[in-house]
Design a binder for this molecule. Structure first.
Ligand code: FAD
Length: 469
């Protein structure tokens, strides 16, 4: 039986993976890619799945690294991006890095050779026409302007961000709560709050002065040509604020007003760094107002001088770049489908994930959901204990909304990380509780073992049998 095709707009990491998954399920695909007819500010070639910057898929360690786990799940799910990556690997220690041209050529050849895939080199300048019924938009962070405008118009003007100022996110269990304390400013309960919604890190004058000096001196990343977007005053990088005067931050995001140090109530902090819960699980906290273009290494070095964050581990570091992404938790359902237009799905970085592998993973899921719909089957969503499910959950609803700043979107793009997974107890070793690094590693191993078992079950793959004793 022949099926009506599914249309995909954008043949990047996500669109290429989605096309492969749909075609492998036996459904025809028409893939619309605008290059070389029209280029972007970052792409250099006309190849599908071009890597625009680094050539790394990051860690390939599936036991103790979340992106390594995502690699493993994608391999289980017959991912084209992972197969082409594995076949074109270059030496990179524990990371999976690829020969970018050979990788892109391999993906392009596979898709061109597939009997169910047609590739059309054209720009789609508006929302997919209704007669396409099932379609996936995977046009990435540099979506061509006319399509971006059409999406913004359909979804509401504040639903598509074009400028992305991101603040670092910290793993809660690495914050020293013997120094920091929970309290909302003036104990304000607000709608949906408790009065203790923020984590506060206190600074005295000497610590504050040293911090401001470090911000001013710290190495900054240079803006690339395509990043020539002006700052909005509401999201100035902290180092730019510090340059406006040493007291600026103390009267802005670091103001100490309305806060009493629970560990030292009689001493008023000179400045306070606040962190706000970032995901529904409460495992991640973002540094409020701390968008920055300091280099990543500098962020780690300088932010670890903040009292309470000396051992902080960062789920994501801050940055400032152009990005186009939907307010997905509001707009998309659990299968990446636009609630206001059933049949139209989004995939890749435009959904609010970050990174090559994450983008491809969301293409894989969107492809599977769309193919199942065309075939009249039900494709359950992956369990939240898997890397697929954890990332999908973040995109389609795992974050919390910002009740205290109405109108401000709180959903921000993120790489896959262990903070997105439901917590798990660290196993004991010979009946004894583990501590420190051993405990962290044991927890990660337990999480990834749980994820791979659940991913196999979700995909209907036989569980791996332990070798007989
Ligand atoms: C400058 C830059 C550097 C980055 N560096 C890295 C990095 O080093 N490592 C990392 O992991 N991630 C990086 N990212 C983030 C992200 O992983 C990549 O952008 C990734 O390519 C996203 O995959 P995607 O499939 O969503 O989009 P893309 O891979 O960008 O694919 C989108 C495709 O859609 C096409 N397209 C756009 N509009 C239309 C239209 N209207 N009609 C038809 N086709 C259209 C584009 O030509 C493109 O081929 C970077 C992002 C940017 C912008």
């Amino acid at each position: 039986m022949t099926h009506k095709p599914i249309h995909i707009i954008g043949g990047g990491l996500a669109g290429s993976e989605a096309a492969w998954q749909i075609a492998e399920a036996g459904v025809p695909v028409i893939l619309h890619e605008m290059r070389p007819v029209r280029g972007t500010d970052a792409h250099q070639t006309e190849g599908l799945a071009e890597l625009v910057c680094s050539n790394s898929f990051r860690s390939d360690d599936a036991e103790t690294n979340a992106v390594g786990l995502l690699h493993a799940e994608m391999r289980l799910a017959n991912s084209l991006i992972m197969a082409a990556g594995d076949a074109n690997q270059v030496p990179a220690g524990g990371a999976l890095a690829v020969d970018r041209d050979a990788f892109s050529e391999a993906v392009t050849r596979k898709l061109e050779a597939h009997p169910l895939i047609t590739i059309v080199r054209e720009e789609v300048s508006g929302l997919p026409p209704e007669e396409w019924d099932l379609a996936i938009v995977s046009t990435g962070p540099l979506t061509a302007p006319s399509l971006a405008e059409a999406i913004a118009e359909h979804t509401g003007a504040d639903s598509l961000a074009f400028f992305d100022a991101i603040a670092p996110i910290v793993h809660f269990d690495t914050i020293d709560m013997n120094v920091a304390w929970f309290q909302s400013r003036y104990d304000k309960v607000g709608p949906g709050g408790t009065g203790k919604d923020y984590i506060n890190c206190p600074m005295d004058k000497a610590q504050y002065d040293a911090f401001i000096a470090a911000l001013m001196e710290g190495g900054k990343t240079e803006f690339k040509q395509w990043e020539g977007t002006p700052y909005f005053d509401g999201c100035l990088p902290i180092e730019v604020m510090a340059e406006r005067g040493p007291e600026t931050l103390r009267h802005g995001p670091m103001k100490p007003m309305g806060l009493t140090n629970a560990h030292n109530p009689t001493v008023k902090a000179y400045a306070v760094v606040q962190l706000r819960q970032d995901n529904a699980l409460g495992t991640l906290y973002n540094m409020v107002g701390f968008q920055t273009k300091l280099k990543h290494g500098e962020q780690v070095r300088i932010f670890r001088t903040i009292p309470g964050l000396e051992n902080a581990e960062f789920a994501r570091l801050g940055g400032l770049h152009r990005n186009t992404y939907l307010n997905s938790p509001t707009l998309l359902d659990g299968t990446l489908q636009l609630k206001s237009r059933p049949g139209l799905r989004f995939a890749g970085q435009i959904t609010g994930c970050e990174g090559y592998v994450e983008s491809a993973a969301m293409g894989l899921l969107a492809g599977r959901f769309a193919a199942a719909e065309r075939l009249g089957r039900v494709q359950p969503v992956p369990p939240q204990t898997t890397a697929f499910g954890a990332l999908l959950g973040h995109i389609t609803g795992g974050h919390i909304t910002s009740d205290d700043e109405p109108g401000k979107r709180s959903f921000q793009p993120m790489n896959v990380n262990f903070g997105l997974f439901p917590p798990i107890e660290a196993p004991k070793s010979e009946g004894k509780r583990l501590r420190g690094k051993e405990k962290t590693v044991a927890k990660k191993r337990a999480m990834t073992a749980r994820a791979l078992a659940d991913c196999r079950a979700w995909l209907g793959i036989e569980p791996v049998r332990e070798a007989a004793e």
